[in-house]
Design a protein around this ligand. Structure first.
Ligand SMILES: [Zn+2]
Ligand SMILES: [Zn+2]
Ligand SMILES: [Zn+2]
Length: 265
């Protein structure tokens, strides 16, 4: 019998409970402030998140079953200024990435006529598959699925504290000045994901104050336990729903191929 040390890591916050199993040693649950949506406690970023330019919704009456007629899914709603601001960010050197960016998912939002059942509301519908957090033999905690996941299934989005790359850099500089160990300092980056390809640090044209990151070190959801893999079975996509700020897409994980029960994410 697996050694279940917690019946539901999300403590009722997800649609489906997420058990935690440790069959390896006696390490207790990793302590995290579990959340289902991203947030910021940094005043100017919190204000920014609360005042993002809203996105007009579609007027589909069939729960958006015809993607070619749905204004969200055909990008018709997105104004030219939005596309221009995107052009300002990219450097044009990586066409493939640029195209991938334009292939982002534009989810239905609170202004749309469709119901919560619309298939273009992936993130809002939350967790649909039974996942389990477990202690791995050699890479800390990981996540595996307790059901088969068909290719393309939405798994979950990445949740954490939003900050800028500049803010994180300042924290790291302060820790270094206070003589914290290099291991502790490296930890600060461990659960950080950059929010978009266009705000990659490789693009020198973007000031660090405009590069946004999501840090799940202390607060986050099950996605913080996904391990990096050379042969990933999940793919992260940018999703926009309630706003049109290109710097702040949601990162959503989808099954890259059919994934079988017990496979690790
Ligand atoms: Zn629609
Ligand atoms: Zn819809
Ligand atoms: Zn819509």
């Amino acid at each position: 019998m697996p050694n279940i040390i917690c019946e539901d890591y999300s403590d009722g916050l997800e649609n489906i409970s997420i058990p935690v199993v440790n069959d390896i040693d006696d390490e207790d649950l990793p302590k995290v402030d579990y959340r289902t949506s991203r947030f910021s406690d940094i005043p100017n970023i919190r204000i920014l998140l609360e005042n993002l330019p809203s996105c007009p919704g579609c007027s589909c009456e069939d729960d958006c079953q015809k993607p070619e007629l749905c204004k969200c899914q055909t990008l018709e709603l997105w104004p030219d200024e939005f596309k221009k601001s995107f052009l300002n960010f990219r450097d044009g050197k990586n066409k493939e990435k640029d195209e991938k960016y334009f292939n982002s998912v534009y989810a239905c939002n609170k202004s749309c006529k469709c119901s919560m059942k619309c298939s273009n509301r992936t993130i809002q519908q939350g967790l649909k598959f039974r996942l389990q957090i477990f202690k791995t033999g050699n890479s800390g905690w990981g996540v595996r699925t307790l059901t088969d996941l068909p290719k393309g299934s939405f798994i979950t989005n990445y949740v954490g504290r939003i900050m800028t790359a500049e803010y994180l850099k300042n924290i790291i500089n302060i820790l270094a000045a206070l003589k914290y160990s290099p291991e502790y300092i490296a930890q600060q980056n461990r659960y950080v994901l950059y929010l978009s390809e266009i705000s990659s640090t490789k693009n020198k044209n973007i000031p660090p104050a405009h590069i946004f990151i999501c840090d799940a070190m202390r607060s986050g959801n099950v996605a913080r336990f996904f391990n990096h893999s050379c042969n990933p079975n999940l793919v992260a996509e940018n999703v926009f729903m309630d706003h049109m700020d290109l710097r702040l897409p949601e990162l959503a994980f989808f099954a890259k191929r059919d994934i079988q029960v017990g496979e690790v994410g």
